[in-house]
Design a binder for this molecule. Structure first.
Ligand code: PSV
Ligand code: MN
Length: 427
């Protein structure tokens, strides 16, 4: 098993340590003057854990092709190895999210042990009724949970139940359902029937959830279908989550909105109603581009985190959220890309934690538009990177994760062990 040693990380941190201490001291003094409790912020950053999906560790495909970079994980054990590396470098990615049937664990005990050895647990399991699988009786070409035929719906329901059973054996506590069902042409489906079937199917799945489990319902406006999608937006997901009862929640994937949608407002509404289950992080310019988090619209991400920070503190009716990166890597090394995403998420979170919520509340009550904006933007303009470095340094992770990844030749090691033509399952 490829494992990065703590001593190697420390050794590579050494030359940068003194400079980091100077920068951290300066920022701490500045934040203390602004009445911000630095230790509280550091603790929150330390606790924040982001799941890595098992399908994001290989080369992602464009609609037209896939370019291999070599050393891709060939099986679940190697995927665990890669997520373990990300966690060793950052200390903020202690979970792996599996997509079934891309990653069916054959030897559950061995898989659990491999994950535990890397300090990892299993986050939400994901079902897949957006592709036909070998040996499957009915096709999902015209839908799965929403299909006109009860037999097809039953097959899709049974698949979700199977995914829950697999998740249970690994210690997962939630299932994410992304339903790709939809239509390509007007007249193809009856919207009301499709939604009704979907609601009944989801209810049936909810009934088989273990007591302490949750179901997350993802939404997406288009793709793979281009005229209609059954669960097209947060409103439809929210409606279904309400119909399915207290174990069902809406999941927000940042790429699943039409351009310029105010995602932070969606987040606020869902939190207020205790129905926000989790997040899939990525970034986009046009649609579901699945780009590196924070690479296109970091300010938008920060505004979302502002609502999350407010909501997590004020909406105790909403359970703790599940965080995951859902991106695709076409031109970068996926592991470096994921390191960039983890950093961007924590940066946005850290900046949101610096917003003076009391002052903001006062400004809003006084309709002081200018001061409200100033408070938000002052937080955004603070360079919080020394906080992230300090948090990582304290837990033995890397001051500079990407530099350590490169200096310890992690990709080269994977190329040697797994070869140039190795392939990982996923889209
Ligand atoms: C669909 O675009 C999605 O966001 C869902 O979360 C899937 O599970 C994932 O991407 C992988 O295809
Ligand atoms: Mn997603």
């Amino acid at each position: 098993m490829i494992m990065l040693k703590k001593e190697d990380i420390q050794y590579l941190n050494q030359p940068r340590l003194e400079q980091h201490q100077v920068e951290f001291k300066q920022l701490s003094e500045q934040l203390t003057q602004r009445n911000i409790e630095v230790e509280t912020v550091l603790n929150k950053l330390n606790e924040f854990q982001i799941a890595i999906p098992s399908w994001a560790l290989g080369a992602g495909g464009t609609r037209f092709g896939r370019y291999h970079f070599g050393g891709a994980p060939r099986n679940l054990f190697e995927k665990i190895e890669d997520v373990g590396l990300l966690h060793a470098l950052t200390g903020n990615s202690n979970a792996i999210s599996l997509h079934i049937p891309w990653d069916i664990p054959e030897d559950t005990q061995a898989v659990k042990e491999a994950a535990a050895a890397q300090g990892l647990c299993f986050d939400a399991v994901n079902s897949n009724t957006f592709q036909d699988q070998g040996g499957q009786k009915h096709s999902y070409k015209f839908g799965s949970l929403s299909h006109v035929s009860q037999e097809v719906r039953d097959q899709a329901i049974e698949h979700n139940k199977e995914v829950i059973r697999i998740g249970e054996s690994l210690g997962s506590k939630s299932i994410t359902v992304w339903l790709a069902d939809g239509s390509n042409f007007p007249g193809q489906t009856n919207f009301q029937n499709a939604l009704g079937h979907t609601q009944n199917s989801l209810l049936e799945i909810t009934r088989s959830l273990p007591e302490d489990w949750k179901m997350f319902i993802e939404y997406k406006p288009y793709e793979p279908h281009f005229y209609s999608t059954v669960i097209q937006d947060w409103g439809t997901s929210f409606l279904l989550a309400n119909a399915c009862g207290p174990k069902a929640f809406t999941l927000v994937d940042l790429g699943h909105h039409l351009p310029n949608t105010n995602i932070e407002q969606i987040v606020a509404t869902l939190l207020m109603h205790g129905k926000l289950g989790g997040f899939h992080f990525n970034d986009s310019k046009y649609g579901d581009d699945d780009l590196t988090v924070g690479s296109i619209q970091p300010y938008k991400l920060f505004l979302i985190f502002n609502e999350l920070v407010y909501g997590m503190a004020n909406n105790k009716n909403n359970p703790p959220l599940a965080w995951m990166i859902d991106a695709s890597h076409n031109t970068k090394d996926p592991l470096e890309d994921l390191l960039q995403s983890i950093e961007a998420i924590l940066e946005a979170y850290a900046k949101a934690l610096l917003i003076d919520q009391n002052a903001l509340h006062q400004a809003q009550k006084a309709n002081d538009v200018v001061y409200g904006q100033e408070l938000i933007q002052n937080a955004y303009k603070t360079d919080v990177r020394p906080l992230l470095c300090e948090m990582r340094q304290r837990k033995g992770a890397a001051l500079q994760p990407i530099l350590t990844f490169r200096a310890t030749k992690q990709r080269e090691l994977r190329l040697q062990n797994r070869g140039m033509d190795s392939q990982a399952s996923g889209l």
